[in-house]
Design a protein around this ligand. Structure first.
Ligand SMILES: *Cc1c(COP(=O)(O)O)cnc(C)c1O
Length: 359
């Protein structure tokens, strides 16, 4: 199988794949509660929060739906600066939740001042949804600054999609005062897909408790989740095999240290940036807001990205990603999230050089 330098799913270490083959345990037994409790504590450590961390058996999109259903009372402002970000406004509407958007050109970062202005203009907004790292455009929006602005509005909660930034970029949930962050396993955590996580502030739980009948549905109701979470359990059958892999990976990450992991991703991002500059290529993402998890590079030379990727796979057993949706062939994406090391990125870039020289 080719080594994945795509922005998710990411390459998973064999020992983590193997951890999933642990014999099955019943999720109502003591062993499960111990596993769940340990995982929640470790998640709180890596998220820098004391808040409840829910473990959901769903993809990250499921957790987005959960966040919107439980946390929005009146109307959500969706910061729409990319394909993923824009989708959350659609999801809100499909759940019957009023949503308005703060629109940006593709490739631009969300700015704290724009969020502040919009919240001042419209007092009916009571939640802001931000996509921290927009995987389609490689933009990292300034979460700390945006959180500080949202804090000025006591009736507004901040919900953050950190799917491709968590464990790649600095995020400090409690210190920065973020009500809810959510992410899956298959991006910067470098695990197989299948579980999603959310940290929820007391304010979010309060809102969930007061939602009108029907707003939350059943599967994503935080109140139902909480009844079991206090016993380190879940109301439905969790994806136990994945939890074994997650537990091991959280140990690895805590051993590495979050600060070290953030630094490592910045270093790999810089390597990709230097490589692009050496080839006279520009970044699609706005200057100063490049995501440490994925580089989205403009195809300024008009290369055939599909062909380059085919050669990369055939000759070097690696793959990168073409541009997302409408951006196909206009740019290409190098995923440097997860457990890739600077040496892996150096090897990839070296092999890309050989392919480009042979074009
Ligand atoms: C991949 C991704 C998602 C979707 O995650 P799923 O696990 O496929 O639901 C959401 N947001 C961002 C920023 C992503 O990169």
């Amino acid at each position: 199988m080719p080594k994945l330098f795509i922005p998710g799913p990411t390459e998973v270490y064999p020992e983590l794949l193997a951890a999933q083959t642990h014999p099955m345990i019943g999720h109502r037994g003591k062993g499960y509660a111990t596993l769940h409790e340990g995982i929640e504590k470790k998640l709180q450590q890596v998220m820098f929060t004391k808040n409840r961390v829910f473990i959901g058996t769903c993809s990250a999109t499921g957790m987005i739906e959960a966040a919107l259903r439980n946390a929005v009372k009146n109307k959500v402002l969706v910061c729409a600066n990319g394909f993923f970000a824009k989708k959350w406004a659609t999801v809100a509407k499909q759940c019957g939740i009023p949503a308005v958007t703060l629109d940006y050109e593709l490739g631009k970062a969300v700015k704290a001042a724009d969020v502040e202005k919009r919240l001042q203009e419209d007092s009916t907004i009571d939640a802001v949804m931000l996509t921290h790292s927009e995987t389609s455009t490689g933009v990292l929006s300034p979460l700390k600054e945006i959180a500080a602005v949202v804090k000025k509005f006591p009736n507004v909660v901040l919900l953050v999609d950190t799917v491709s930034s968590f464990a790649a970029a600095e995020i400090r949930v409690d210190e920065w005062g973020i009500d809810l962050i959510l992410f899956g396993m298959q991006k910067a955590l470098a695990l197989p897909p299948g579980l999603a996580f959310a940290s929820v502030s007391p304010e979010i739980m309060q809102r969930s408790a007061n939602q009108p009948e029907g707003r939350k549905g059943h599967y994503f109701d935080f109140m139902i989740w909480e009844k079991d979470a206090v016993k380190f359990n879940t109301s439905i059958t969790p994806a136990v095999s994945l939890l074994f892999a997650l537990d091991k990976q959280l140990d690895n990450i805590l051993r590495e240290g979050m600060e070290n992991r953030w630094q490592k991703h910045l270093k790999m991002q810089q390597m990709a940036q230097d490589w692009a500059a050496a080839h006279g290529l520009t970044y699609f993402s706005e200057e100063g807001y490049h995501s440490p998890g994925v580089s989205v590079i403009n195809n300024d030379k008009g290369w055939n990205i599909g062909e380059i990727n085919k050669k990369l796979e055939a000759e070097y057993n690696m793959v990168i990603a073409n541009g997302y949706k409408d951006l196909k062939e206009k740019c290409f994406r190098i995923g440097h999230m997860g457990d890739h090391q600077p040496e892996d990125i150096a090897e990839l870039l070296g092999d890309l050089d050989k392919i480009i020289a042979s074009l």
